[in-house]
Design a protein around this ligand. Structure first.
Ligand SMILES: NC(=O)c1ccc[n+]([C@@H]2O[C@H](COP(=O)([O-])OP(=O)(O)OC[C@H]3O[C@@H](n4cnc5c(N)ncnc54)[C@H](O)[C@@H]3O)[C@@H](O)[C@H]2O)c1
Length: 287
């Protein structure tokens, strides 16, 4: 079935489902393009925290980007009310396929006919979430990294996504300070996450093999690339349990991947050293 692209974007809201770590950052970026953003979350505390985060962070994001304009964020506790009228709905709920599949069925039923519905999932193709969706042609992956600092966005088809959506989003998304890149075929880890996975994996292998230390690998990485931090410090920020889950997911698809990186991560996870969130990972942190 063909899809009629949304119109009147300036007057229609964007809705983010899930106001946690990523949802509130996605809301921030759309608000920085002048949009009214609706945040729906099952938790009242998270909804309110997400709106406060947008309100506090928006002025600096708007000041830093030419052409930006302050929109606003509003918390919603009713899914149908949150979704009705929106030109774009982005799902950012936990990384569980059963939850996402149920939610996508609800979103497809509640959204206007021309609403684009996207998933921010890090590791699941949107193809896996459309069992209960009647209009898969308006569904796709729209994967954000860590806005407002890392502003690339992967776009990926669910296998049935209307092709006009990709050109449309390539034109529209830069207004909100994010830079879309289209994966030309289904790919676990999309584009940049696959590359980043290889950097993490080899950094871990160098340490697991006894060739170097986390501190030295990070120092060399910073000296040679000019990046503000090396892979070990960045893994500590994400959480080593999460990094291990991600690597396990890649290993399920590709059994030839080396085990050393996963063994090293396991040692830290088993010792409760998960990174910044537990006060200790590869580095110590003040709690
Ligand atoms: N954290 C990251 O670095 C990162 C980066 C890119 C993508 N992602 C992806 O974004 C998604 C969200 O991750 P996160 O880290 O923001 O998670 P999070 O746990 O911080 O937030 C998820 C939120 O969803 C809410 N929620 C749960 N079920 C819901 C439902 N049915 N309806 C509405 N809200 C619901 C929870 O209350 C919670 O506030 C995941 O798919 C993850 O893979 C995460």
């Amino acid at each position: 079935m063909t899809f009629q692209l949304p119109q009147n974007l300036q007057t229609r809201p964007v809705t983010v489902i899930g106001g946690g770590t990523l949802g509130r950052r996605i809301a921030l970026m759309f608000a920085s393009g002048g949009s009214k953003v609706r945040v729906y979350d099952l938790s009242a505390d998270v909804r309110e925290a997400a709106v406060s985060y947008v309100e506090q962070t928006l002025p600096s994001v708007v000041a830093d980007r030419e052409g930006a304009a302050a929109g606003c964020a509003q918390a919603f506790d009713d899914l149908d009310a949150a979704v009705g009228g929106a030109w774009l709905v982005i799902e950012a709920i936990p990384e569980r396929l059963d939850l996402k599949t149920t939610l996508f069925g609800q979103l497809d039923a509640a959204a206007d006919d021309d609403t684009i519905i996207a998933s921010n999932s890090s590791s699941y193709a949107s193809r896996l979430m459309i069992d209960k969706v009647n209009h898969p042609e308006r569904v796709l992956n729209m994967h954000f990294y860590m806005p407002p600092h890392q502003n690339a966005v992967d776009l990926m088809s669910d296998g049935k996504t209307d092709p006009t959506i990709f050109d449309f989003l390539r034109d529209e998304l830069p207004r909100y300070g994010v830079h879309p890149f289209v994966a030309h075929k289904e790919s676990t880890g999309f584009i940049f996450n696959r590359i980043w996975a290889a950097i993490k994996r080899e950094s871990l292998a160098v340490v697991a093999d006894g060739v170097s230390t986390p501190e030295d690998v990070d120092r060399m990485f910073v000296v040679n690339t000019g990046a503000p931090a090396g892979p070990f410090r960045m893994m500590d920020q994400v959480g080593l349990d999460v990094v291990l889950d991600i690597e396990n997911h890649y290993a399920e698809e590709n059994p030839d991947l080396p085990e050393g990186p996963r063994r090293l991560l396991h040692e830290y996870v088993d010792a409760g050293r998960l990174g910044v969130k537990t006060g200790r990972g590869f580095y110590p942190y003040d709690q």
